[in-house]
Design a protein around this ligand. Sequence first.
Ligand SMILES: CCC/C=C/C(=O)SCCNC(=O)CCNC(=O)[C@H](O)C(C)(C)COP(=O)([O-])OP(=O)([O-])OC[C@H]1O[C@@H](n2cnc3c(N)ncnc32)[C@H](O)[C@@H]1OP(=O)([O-])[O-]
Ligand SMILES: NC(=O)C1=CN([C@@H]2O[C@H](COP(=O)(O)OP(=O)(O)OC[C@H]3O[C@@H](n4cnc5c(N)ncnc54)[C@H](OP(=O)(O)O)[C@@H]3O)[C@@H](O)[C@H]2O)C=CC1
Length: 270
Amino acid sequence: MIDRSPLAEFTGQVALITGGGSGIGRAIALRYAAGGGDVVVLGRRREPLEETARMAEKFGGRAEVVTCDVRDPEAVTAAVNGVVGDLGRLDALVNNAAGNFISKAEELSPNGWRAVVDIVLNGSFYCTRAAAQHMLAAGRGSILNVIASYAWHGHPGTVHSAAAKGGVLAMTRTLAAEWGGRGVRVNCISPGPTETEGAGAALWPTDEARDRVLGSVPAGRFTTPEEVAESAAFLLDARRAGYVTGDVLSVDGGQWLGKAVYTDPRAGRS
Ligand SMILES: CCC/C=C/C(=O)SCCNC(=O)CCNC(=O)[C@H](O)C(C)(C)COP(=O)([O-])OP(=O)([O-])OC[C@H]1O[C@@H](n2cnc3c(N)ncnc32)[C@H](O)[C@@H]1OP(=O)([O-])[O-]
Ligand SMILES: NC(=O)C1=CN([C@@H]2O[C@H](COP(=O)(O)OP(=O)(O)OC[C@H]3O[C@@H](n4cnc5c(N)ncnc54)[C@H](OP(=O)(O)O)[C@@H]3O)[C@@H](O)[C@H]2O)C=CC1
């Protein structure tokens, strides 16, 4: 549940959120709308995007829907130009769209590799490039890339997604330096395991797998999409995070730090 933000920090501003029809992307769109901003949500399926737009409009701002596959650079450029044409500006881009599944690397087909890398890494670059042309011209903008901690520590079974997210992290740091003097900030947010439409089915399809994931989180619970959205709002807000660029904010209950594996041999002795 996202409430109207007392900060109204995005009043008069416009955000484009990819993958805004579900899970974390929807929560970020609603949080931006709750902060007084206008939102455009982008994805392949129209119906879930329209549902997000209906929810966002309840906060009083404008909400638009664009159907587009982020793997198509021409369609992405047209979508971004359309946002600026319709709403007059673009202050924030959230690269949230992703694809994922578990596969042994040696069994992953080239097309399976390509599908994930094209969505996560290439799609994020196409959206970033198109949005930055407007942001750099305006001398202001914030880009937020949703990654995962295996971008830096890796994870067996997710070579395509880990490699792509690692590429997005390198892209983030590169562009933060390249555009830092021109008013455009670029950051990452790294959610912990979050129960969403896509993640549950792709990553913890059984109760046993779900329990194993839960057992890896020191905080002992899943991340909520709203928690990720609140931290995303902080990073997107130029007044609070205007000096933060090229960084990663983990919102994962400590998951990537791991948990103790050594047990105290005296445990249980009186
Ligand atoms: C800590 C966690 C961090 C991260 C979390 C998240 O990202 S959660 C977010 C999670 N959210 C989502 O994932 C939501 C969006 N996900 C999607 O749209 C799809 O899962 C997609 C990524 C496959 C792209 O779809 P598409 O229509 O573009 O692709 P397509 O169907 O045409 O397949 C292309 C190739 O991939 C192959 N392949 C596919 N599945 C499997 C599999 N299980 N096993 C092996 N291979 C598989 C398929 O066989 C084909 O290769 P082939 O046979 O031609 O050599
Ligand atoms: N949930 C989790 O545990 C974690 C998630 N993350 C990251 O958070 C982000 C959101 O994840 P989550 O909400 O769980 O995922 P979901 O699968 O619920 O949402 C992914 C969204 O991306 C859209 N999408 C997928 N492929 C494309 C494409 N080719 N073009 C345009 N849109 C596309 C989907 O819409 P449609 O199918 O209609 O196109 C969907 O709305 C992702 O970047 C993910 O990697 C990171 C760590 C943990």
